[in-house]
Design a protein around this ligand. Structure first.
Ligand SMILES: [Zn+2]
Length: 303
């Protein structure tokens, strides 16, 4: 099982040297998912060696330009590259109107099926599911409709203890054991015990994304015990009045959320262009939550 979070861009709205707009690529087993799609995302994906065509679904947090302006180019490039498989976009309301306007004025007809699912979530809910992962959206607080996402890897089948398997066990009996069921004989008695013949597989990994948001304690309940939490840290405490005015968080506030939610690791990003590097943000956050890392661009978190 593989669960990787690739940081494609982790800057905020204004251009900053060496930092690009928000995007992350999740690789969960063989499937690829994009989270946010700021300006230049397709260039960043190609530069970092990723395939545009492997992306199955795109999850948008909100409609501010630094999180969506890359969509127009990306969906068009996928078409020019001959994409045939469907693409899903999940987003707060408005993205379909923007895309349809763009397609209309440019006379674009896509050669693949694009499904846009818009939602304005007021509580945590399941928005997407496939063989690998359940994806939940939950509300953030950012002045416009904004949602975070929780990616939970699905539990895998139990692992067989091969040395203990009877030589005459049938395939359908193995299937039952892997599904966590005892195999019964014709009298209803246990013939093969799931406890004796299988191990529990490792727990599924989880990743939560909170960008952008002001300090919002409701998030804590939605991201409990995740393996990795990305939480925006646009400002430092010394610029807290700007964080409040612009509906963003400070490094200390993000770390407080991580501590209260007992997450394994916190990744910080979406720094204002006023800061040259992550140093002060890391120092501020690590005082509250030691296991904090910078979501620098190109970094890969392997869960
Ligand atoms: Zn924003």
């Amino acid at each position: 099982m593989a669960f990787e979070v690739h940081i494609i861009g982790s800057g905020s709205a204004l251009p900053a040297k060496g930092r690009h707009h928000s995007a992350q690529l999740l690789k969960i087993n063989q499937s690829h998912y994009l989270v946010d799609c700021g300006e230049g995302t397709q260039f960043r994906l190609v530069t970092l060696g990723h395939s545009l065509l492997k992306i199955t679904a795109i999850f948008i947090s909100h409609l501010h330009g630094d999180h969506i302006l890359g969509l127009f180019g990306l969906v068009s490039s996928m078409d020019m590259m001959g994409r045939k498989k469907p693409l899903f976009i999940f987003s707060p309301p408005g993205v379909a109107e923007l895309l349809v306007s763009y397609f209309r004025v440019t006379n674009t007809v896509l050669g693949y099926e694009l499904t846009v699912k818009e939602m304005d979530v007021s509580e945590k809910r399941l928005v997407y599911e496939d063989a690998n992962v359940n994806v939940f959206a939950f509300p953030l607080k950012h002045g416009v409709s904004t949602q975070g996402y929780l990616f939970q890897e699905k539990a895998t089948p139990r692992n067989l203890i091969k040395a203990k398997l009877p030589p005459d066990i049938k395939i359908q009996e193995i299937v039952k054991l892997k599904a966590g069921e005892n195999v019964l004989d014709e009298n209803g008695k246990i013939k093969y015990s799931v406890e004796d013949l299988t191990h529990l597989p490792p727990a599924g990994k989880s990743y939560a994304y909170c960008s952008d948001t002001e300090y919002f304690e409701n998030v804590v309940a939605h991201v409990q015990h995740v393996d990795l939490l990305f939480h925006e840290t646009t400002y430092l405490e010394m610029h807290k009045e700007k964080a409040i005015k612009n509906n963003h968080s400070t490094a200390k506030e993000a770390a407080m959320i991580a501590r209260m939610a007992h997450v394994q690791k916190l990744a910080i990003g979406h720094l204002s262009s006023r800061y040259a590097d992550f140093d002060a943000h890391l120092e501020e956050a690590q005082k509250e939550f030691a296991n904090t890392e910078a979501a620098t661009e190109g970094k890969v978190f392997i869960l």
